[in-house]
Design a protein around this ligand. Structure first.
Ligand SMILES: Nc1ncnc2c1ncn2[C@@H]1O[C@H](COP(=O)(O)OP(=O)(O)OP(=O)(O)O)[C@@H](O)[C@H]1O
Ligand SMILES: O=C(O)C(=O)C[C@@H](O)[C@H](O)CO
Length: 333
């Protein structure tokens, strides 16, 4: 049987073809819910997701009728996605993700049923969210399936651990007894994107991948702690004004500033709330995730910190989806 699975992101969406339980195709496209928010409608997103679906089918010599079902996780269920579906409550494991999936008939671009996987929030259903409690509430849409995939792999530590998932937003996910149990979300990658694309920093920063080195990442974090966010960023600009450092070095300092603001937060959270954490697992596919490892090792020197590179064609999200397929197939027998 053939299945298509798409993980819809804020910035990028990634699609996979699974044939007889085996991954057989991968396509990614820079399209996500940020496009819906910027354009005021979800046409760009839906057209992009449809393109991923078409490419996976065409490249593999298939027809639409050959696809048993199409599954979509991530930001597709956000207000800027395909259709809004509320987050699930924790704890979350593969079975819960499967049980709480929602079938939705998408008329305009797919003209077929989609199985939408819901995101997760860290408060019970029925919680009235207001100005007083919003600061304690976090949510994810997409990282939960990465965690299901991670839990199915041999990378998982025994005791409680925190998964660090840096991307458009950095999600700290607390995992205990085989389930996602708490979340702390921060607005990182999108902030960095805005700063490096739409400000003076544009011509002063490297825009491709840059390897992170301790010296510059630490410097950024040091500026942040000493002067606060705005002055720290101004120092990066100043380095250009006064003609010192390369673009790549300034980029690393900016990364140290943004990453430092959330690694310090994580350290605080571990000391106050997630006190039994035994290990931190950072995952992602880009070199910038190394900034997290550098700063966490400094900030929490006695905590084991593991970095797991999630190469796109072989992602934890896909492994998570394969876990859900096993549940689906067992349910069918
Ligand atoms: N060097 C970097 N430092 C920090 N963030 C970065 C860096 N390079 C890229 N990013 C951020 O990563 C994000 C893009 O990541 P990706 O393409 O994985 O997005 P996504 O899958 O849509 O994210 P999400 O899963 O959060 O919805 C952008 O917000 C971008 O600014
Ligand atoms: O719950 C939501 O609607 C989000 O915006 C979650 C978002 O941060 C994703 O997890 C992407 O990282």
């Amino acid at each position: 049987m053939n299945y298509i699975y798409i993980n819809c992101g804020t910035t990028t969406s990634r699609g996979y073809l699974v044939r007889d339980g085996k991954p057989s195709g991968y396509v990614s496209k820079v399209v996500g819910t940020k496009d819906s928010s910027l354009s005021g409608g979800n046409d760009i997103l839906l057209a992009g997701l449809r393109e991923i679906y078409d490419v996976l089918i065409d490249r593999n010599g298939l027809f639409e009728r050959d696809i048993e079902s199409v599954w979509i996780s991530g930001m597709a269920t956000s207000p800027f996605g395909i259709t809004e579906i509320p987050h699930m409550t924790m704890p979350v494991n593969a079975q819960k993700m499967y049980d709480e999936s929602v079938t939705f008939y998408e008329e305009s671009y797919f003209d077929r049923e989609l199985r939408l996987l819901r995101g997760v929030k860290n408060v019970p259903d029925g919680t009235v969210v207001d100005l007083e409690n919003i600061e304690y509430i976090s949510s994810i849409r997409g990282e939960e399936i990465d965690i299901v995939g991670l839990l199915s792999s041999n990378y998982t530590p025994e005791g409680p651990f925190v998964v660090v998932a840096p991307s458009s937003h950095t999600q700290f996910c607390y995992v205990k007894d085989g389930a996602l149990t708490d979340i702390l979300s921060s607005f990182t990658g999108e902030l960095r994107y805005a700063l490096s694309r739409d400000t003076m920093l544009y011509g002063e920063q490297e825009h491709g991948d840059v390897a992170m080195t301790e010296q510059f990442v630490r410097k950024g974090c040091e500026y942040l702690r000493k002067y606060g966010f705005c002055r720290a960023v101004q120092i990066v600009h100043g380095a250009n004004t006064f003609g010192i450092l390369s673009k790549a070095e300034r980029t690393q300092i900016l990364n140290g500033i943004i990453t430092g603001s959330v690694t310090d937060l994580l350290a605080q959270h571990i000391s106050k709330k997630w006190t039994d954490v035994e290990e931190i697992v950072i995952f992602g596919g880009k070199p910038y995730i190394e900034a997290y490892q550098i700063l966490l090792k400094d900030t929490l020197p006695s905590m084991p910190v593991r970095l797991i590179t999630d190469i796109n064609g072989n992602s934890f999200a896909l492994s998570g989806f394969l876990e859900l397929l096993k549940i689906e197939e067992n349910a069918a027998h």
